[in-house]
Design a protein around this ligand. Sequence first.
Ligand code: GAR
Length: 189
Amino acid sequence: MINIAVFASGTGTNFDAILENINVGKIDAKLVLLVCDKPQALVVEKANKANINTFVFNPKDYVDKLAYDSAILEQCQKNNVDLIILAGYMRIVSSVLLKAYPNRIINIHPSLLPAFKGKDAIKQAYDYGVKVMGVSIHYVNEDLDGGAIIAQQAFNNEGMSLEEAEKHIHDIEHQLYPKTIQKLIKEGI
Ligand code: GAR
């Protein structure tokens, strides 16, 4: 059985979807660790409620990114993590983790990459006036929302309000991420 860690910074609706899919046997993995860079984030409460180990840190307590990524790596190794899943983790992952987990760190982003990287991607795309929106899942490298694409799902957003488009994107994420994770596990990652 594969051990996975989810890294998140916020609400954790993707964390919920992944955990739910594990609990009903649709993902053959164990969720062994939540890593979070925001002590007040709702996702931390959710992990505690589900009795999942957490590593919650404040980046300001470390001299630099390499220092906190080394602390994260130590926790991943301690928990025998095989696969790292970024789900709303709003930080760039450094070489410390990338070298230890080559092709074993994936991310979800709420746009059709390589368009609209970074924060508020849905609003960025909406304000630009795109007619097709979507979700991307990709391997992680040292670039912001960079790395080879694993899966994408698009939809026509014409006539949708920003709120409707956001809801639709999140609904897609909660289906596509668990399905893609399971596919990677079945294929041997
Ligand atoms: C998701 O929409 C995810 O795609 C996005 O953050 C949200 C987290 O929501 N990630 C990025 O923008 C990465 N650049 P959640 O905390 O409810 O899962």
